[in-house]
Design a protein around this ligand. Structure first.
Ligand code: NAD
Length: 436
């Protein structure tokens, strides 16, 4: 018997289930993935997220949290059902909400009493309205309110974001649903976390607008870094000083190999698709998407510039996840790089503190090493792709001994160029000039 069911226990759903249980609710997490459910019930997390296993075990032991594959039974007693299943891109860029529709149908079929269906997944604007119509025609007697409650957590800081969100956005026109949501999130209200109450379509658009803006900001600084390279200017000083302007803010002004992950690429494509469908020209977002693709490809272009012919070379790729502190490799720039290296006839030795397993699920041919210095053994070039702290502390003396060549391409500007040059390496960062 649970107050709340969370369907989909991935990066979002698991954090939501744990967080809501930690607030004192009885929560059941549901997933179709048998292995995930088995692991979770044993107190092991299928994803890497700082601190998550402690929270998971604590809430399992308290009896407030459990996991099952049985959707029908779990929702029967739940007043709230959170949906956090994936909404990946379709070929045409639109969001594929088929998993969500399947679950909504199951909820409509099995909800016995008044139920608030909370959409956590990122869904196209208008989905909430469409779901209400779908439920009404499938089961006219069902007493279900659909609420939009988009998620803004950052992987790597997901629990921190759950307990201290910048804002909680809730889109609903129903007073009953609003009361239920207020009650569920009362712990956040008590510590004065900001709430935004709005219509469902506004909530849906807030999510896409936020991600489209973040993608734009990253792309902006990446292109400025490319210009800084050409001009011999220092992008870090540029970004830091820009960030001192309160209108700009210093966050998301770090150049890199192009954004990746499970959100920004697919959400920019989806919002563009929505705009196209409605005859609205979003040329800015179209350009951002194209510029990001080019930025990901730029890594291999610069590497070629540094080493010449890639065929026959051994390249160590350090960092496979799309950012540090997560094992998520979806659409990571390293996927683009490794596949281009292999296509070019280079041999790849890869390392990531947490993401190797997921990376190999997508590119099983990748040789991943558990030790950083093992990965760079015999490498002609090292490419730093993810900002893990472990890489910031790269021991250049050991690297010099282990590597065959002397080339380091640092797409995240983790190393001190002077220290690297002093060791006799050929070094390039992003937006730090062409180096020596
Ligand atoms: P995910 O792939 O990690 O998790 C989805 C889970 O849903 C998986 O465990 C899958 O097995 C399960 N699932 C699929 N179909 C199911 C079904 N019919 N019944 C039960 N479980 C089912 O995805 P995610 O990264 O957690 O993202 C979920 C949603 O949240 C997406 O819409 C995403 O855009 C959005 N979102 C993600 C993040 C993020 O940082 N990952 C942040 C904000 C919003």
């Amino acid at each position: 018997m649970a107050d709340i069911t969370v369907i989909g226990t991935g990066y979002v759903g698991l954090v939501v289930a744990i967080g809501l249980a930690d607030f004192g609710n009885q929560v059941i997490g549901v997933d179709i993935d048998f292995d995930k459910i088995a692991m979770l019930n044993e107190g092991r997390s299928p994803i890497y997220e700082k601190g998550i296993e402690d929270y998971l075990q604590r809430n399992l032991e308290s009896g407030r949290l459990s996991f099952t594959r049985d959707v029908a039974n779990s929702i029967r007693d739940s007043k709230l059902v959170f949906l956090a299943v994936g909404t990946p891109s379709r070929e045409d860029g639109s969001a594929d909400i088929s998993r969500l529709l399947d679950v909504v149908d199951t909820v409509a079929d099995h909800a016995d009493a008044y139920t608030v269906l909370v959409i956590k997944s990122t869904v196209p604007v208008g989905t909430n309205q469409a779901l209400r119509a779908r439920i009404a025609s499938r089961r006219p007697d069902a007493d279900i309110d659909v609420v939009s409650n988009p998620e803004f957590l950052r992987e790597g800081r997901a629990l921190e974001d759950f307990f201290h969100p910048d804002r909680t956005v809730i889109g609903t026109d129903s007073k009953r649903a609003r009361d239920a949501m207020e009650n569920t999130y009362r712990a956040l209200k008590l510590i004065s976390m900001p709430f935004v109450w709005c219509s469902p379509q506004t909530a849906e658009l807030i999510k896409y607008a936020s991600n489209a803006f973040l993608a734009t900001k990253i792309t902006f600084i990446n292109q400025m870094a490319n210009l800084a390279d050409a001009l011999g200017a220092d992008i870090h000083q540029v970004a830091k000083t820009m960030g001192m302007d309160g209108r700009i803010s210093p966050k998301f002004l770090h150049p890199g190999p192009g954004y990746g992950g499970s959100c920004l690429p697919k959400d920019t494509r989806a919002v563009l698709h929505t705009a196209d469908t409605h005859g609205v020209d979003m040329s800015l977002i179209r350009t951002v998407i194209r510029a990001n693709d080019e930025q990901q490809k730029r890594v291999i272009t610069i590497l070629r510039d540094m080493v010449g012919e890639l065929k026959g070379l051994t390249v160590a790729v350090l960092g496979l996840s799309y950012k540090s502190e997560t094992d998520d490799v979806r659409e990571s720039a390293s996927l683009t790089l490794v596949s281009a290296l292999l296509d070019a006839g280079a041999s790849v030795r890869a390392h990531d503190p947490k993401g190797s397993g997921n990376f190999r699920k997508i590119m099983p041919e990748t040789r991943c090493f558990s030790g950083l210095y093992e990965a760079i053994e015999g490498a002609d070039a090292v490419v730093l792709m993810t900002e893990w702290n472990e890489y910031r502390a790269l021991n250049l003396g050991i690297a010099a001994k282990k590597m065959r060549g002397r080339v380091i391409l640092d797409t995240r500007n983790l190393l001190d160029p002077v220290a690297v040059w002093d060791r006799g390496f050929i070094y390039r960062g992003f937006g730090r000039g062409k180096g020596s």
